[in-house]
Design a protein around this ligand. Structure first.
Ligand code: DI6
Ligand code: FE
Length: 403
């Protein structure tokens, strides 16, 4: 029955338990409701405090848990081919760096990606996106970085954007032209950086939401990375960085100086880098799938990050070389088991802190009035079960922007 003086909403989820992620912890609510109006959350909280909505549709959640839709804030979802054969070589004893130096690695995916059409790239990425969505993801970041020419990088970014048209999901695109040195520039790395700064960044500014680089012995130096950051800043683009994954080039501190949204990987991060990140509010995005898959043994400095108050996000790093992973649920389990993160840290790492790593903290990542109505509804007894199980998916329903 419609009562004219009660607020209207499109959909109302009742009889639910909520993990709101508001404030510092998980913000759990035992008897909760969520109301959506025009795609946004009109109310999320205890049923006892909820206005008496006139709801066009009411859904009984039968005590299930509602969390914010999950966010994968670091992926290389768009790429052609796979590197299963390289995986076998690593099992036989070759290292990731040896394979990269021998022309395998990122450059073999580059060759396949250059040869693929935009439509091929979309078609091969969709099953990976669908796997993320099936595990509750409502926002996914997608990087370029396997084209390494202006046209091929633009093709990747257009393909990434097309994923957001093909599915009910929010896609954020990141330009990663400084991922690897393309063979045309093998003798002229600074010439490639010139191309990135002078031609690529101006051209991708309308289609990429951020700029990233791989600051590493097998990637680019800190000085080269800084040139990329300066060009990004000149075009008003926020930056992120693959930093301290295999060695310590002090990339995180550099990223912090450019107010980076996030510095990612961070196994070899030092105290100065942690302090710089804490000062700039840069999120530490940890990628336990890559740690696991390359059988890294050096742990990121979790205790020190925690002590410094650096927000920690977790992501799949879905890529064909070091993390062919498409489950944020498994990422949380790995975050807990491999990195000793708490359940709360894991759950905040794929929601509120992942939103912040994308600059989307005002848009998604918590259950709060005003944000997009991005929900994951789970058949679990408690949110800790989402971190605890391995290879089991208790998603009951997923809502993106109220739909
Ligand atoms: N670090 C990684 O883990 C991925 N990229 C990067 O900069 C690996 C990408 C690949 O091997 O294809
Ligand atoms: Fe990556």
């Amino acid at each position: 029955m419609t009562t004219p003086d009660h607020p209207r909403c499109d959909r109302l989820w009742r009889n639910a338990r909520l993990m709101t992620c508001v404030d510092d912890g998980l913000g759990l609510v035992e008897d909760g409701v969520v109301a959506a109006r025009d795609g946004r959350i009109a109310y999320a909280g205890p049923a006892s405090d909820a206005p008496a909505f006139n709801a066009a549709e009411t859904i009984d959640c039968a005590d299930r848990w509602i969390t914010p839709g999950l966010i994968d804030c670091h992926t290389h979802l768009i790429h052609a081919g796979d590197r299963a054969r390289e995986f076998e070589m690593r099992l036989d004893g070759a290292t990731y760096e040896e394979i990269a130096r021998a022309g395998g690695g990122i450059r073999s995916t580059m060759a396949a990606t250059r040869a693929a059409s935009e439509a091929d790239l979309v078609a091969t990425a969709l099953p990976r996106l669908d796997a993320l969505i099936a595990g509750g993801a409502t926002t996914v970041e997608v990087k370029s970085g396997y084209g390494l020419t202006l046209d091929d990088e633009l093709k990747m970014l257009r393909a990434a954007r097309a994923l957001g048209e093909a599915r009910k999901v929010r896609i954020r695109t990141t330009f990663l032209g400084a991922h690897a040195l393309p063979p045309e520039y093998a003798d002229n790395p600074d010439g490639y950086i010139d191309l990135i700064c002078d031609s690529m960044i101006p051209a991708i500014a309308g289609i990429a939401d951020a700029v990233d680089a791989f600051c590493e012995g097998i990637g680019f130096t800190a000085a080269q990375t800084e040139r990329v950051f300066a060009a990004a800043a000149a075009h008003g683009l926020p930056v992120k960085l693959h930093a301290e994954q295999l060695s310590n080039l002090h990339g995180a501190a550099l990223a912090a100086r450019y107010h980076a949204l996030s510095a990612d990987h961070l196994e070899y991060l030092d105290e100065a880098g942690i302090a710089a990140m804490a000062r700039s509010g840069t999120v530490a995005t940890l990628l336990p799938g890559a740690f696991y898959f390359v059988r890294e043994t050096k742990l990121p400095p979790i205790g020190a990050l925690r002590a410094a108050g650096v927000p920690i996000a977790l992501a799949t790093d879905c890529n064909p070389g070091t993390s062919p992973l498409t489950s944020l649920l498994l990422v949380m389990n790995m975050g807990a088991t491999l990195f000793r993160l708490t359940v709360t840290e894991c759950l905040r790492g794929v929601t509120v802190n992942a939103a912040r790593a994308l600059g989307l903290q005002d848009e998604t990542g918590t259950l709060e009035a005003g944000k997009a109505c991005d929900l994951a509804i789970w058949d679990v007894g408690h949110p800790s079960e989402l971190v605890y199980r391995m290879g089991f998916n208790p998603l009951h329903a997923r809502i993106w922007s109220g739909l």
